[in-house]
Design a protein around this ligand. Sequence first.
Ligand code: SF4
Ligand code: SF4
Length: 225
Amino acid sequence: MIVAKQKSFSEVQEMVRGFSRVLVAGCGTCVAVCLAGGAKEAEILATELSLAATAQKRDFSARAATVERQCDREFLQLFADQVEQADAVISLACGAGIQFMAQVYPDTPVFPGVDTSFIGVAEGVGVWTERCKSCNQCYLGITGGICPVTMCAKSLLNGPCGGPKNGKCETDPDRDCAWVQIIDRLGRQSRLDILTRVLPPRKNDLDTQPWKIVRQDYQKRFSFD
Ligand code: SF4
Ligand code: SF4
């Protein structure tokens, strides 16, 4: 899932200063799970903005609406009526959803209500950790399902470096060494022979941005303007 955190109220308030009809757009997927931008957070932010404006005797209204996914055109189009009534939108989706909202509704200013942090997992209640940098050349099949790009402090493909101590990374004694974990995992699976292979450097040209994927069988069907 994509993990994000809410921007401070003062930063959001400052972004929409000068606008009087604001739509707070929640997204029902990743940002809802990490409690940053789902329906509940959208309602709370809209209420906070309205209360602050009332206290300042400003002509202002904020309303909240949430769709399942802001990174999907079909869902974004469900916002059409609400966007038409607004002079600005605060999107609580991840950076991709915010940009798509701004693309689909180019005449209305769209502001980010969250900071998009990383692709990660929920470790427990209220704790998320990064697991993937979407490098576009996944190594998990040969690293025991542990990402060397994200989990190793130096993103080493052929580890470990000379630094691990008692299973911890030399950069941070509280951080597990990814390569010690990779070796442990492959050992448990009797697959240590994989590590005799030296991996070539990552293909940096595959990191070129922005990346685009169009399935072969959909290439004639869609235009992406
Ligand atoms: S190697 Fe790591 S960063 Fe690259 S795609 Fe796989 S999990 Fe993501
Ligand atoms: S100690 Fe381990 S995690 Fe830290 S940089 Fe070296 S190989 Fe990577």
